[in-house]
Ligand binder design. Sequence first.
Ligand code: SF4
Length: 232
Amino acid sequence: MIRRLGLVKTSLIDYPGKVAAVLFTPGCNFRCPYCHNPELVQGPVPEDFIAFDEILRFLEKRRPVLGGVVITGGEPLLHRNIGNLLTAIRELGLPVKIDTNGSFPEVLENLRPDFVAMDIKTSFSNYPRVLSPGAKAEELVEQIRRSLKILIQSGIPHQLRTTMVPGIVDEKDFDDIIPEVQGADSYLLSGYRNQRTLDSAWSDVDPYNPEVLEAVAQKLRSAGIPTKLRNN
Ligand code: SF4
């Protein structure tokens, strides 16, 4: 159950085309070694997190200047009461974008957020690189495939996204990724920032040169997938 959430009051980059507030949920079922939110993944819940009711009061007050709300994490969809939060925000008249790692397809299908950003961490055969030790990679990959299918077939506006982390994903992985993501609305490729990583060894990993990201973007575009680049 989520009782308290992190809050960024205003963001211009997290909900495409909208001024948004961003809410952070604690906890994640993945262990990406390069994760930039280690405190959310490992716990405890940060002290500056704010109670659910107080967040709703804030959103109500800010409603006139907000175009939407982003719920990110951690992994928002692992919380049983995430639907209550989404409903309460929609009752304020604000659309909701969810950021997800894609491993909870049933929750995604039931919630039908107004926009979804879903991570494609690497080619599916390499997913064990981002999972907790002992996680059942095959089952999780199957869940992610189901989430992809739901997004592509349901009409829910969405963006797939990959952070280009050396050692996790490379240009060649996209030979396997592209057939899986055919029909996606859009794709965002982000450069890697080697700061504040879950595994401190990943702070020593240098990002790819911009040419590598451009080559991957071209590969996606040539396959008919609208692709944007964000170099951090
Ligand atoms: S990067 Fe996202 S999916 Fe990976 S551990 Fe961090 S919060 Fe979880």
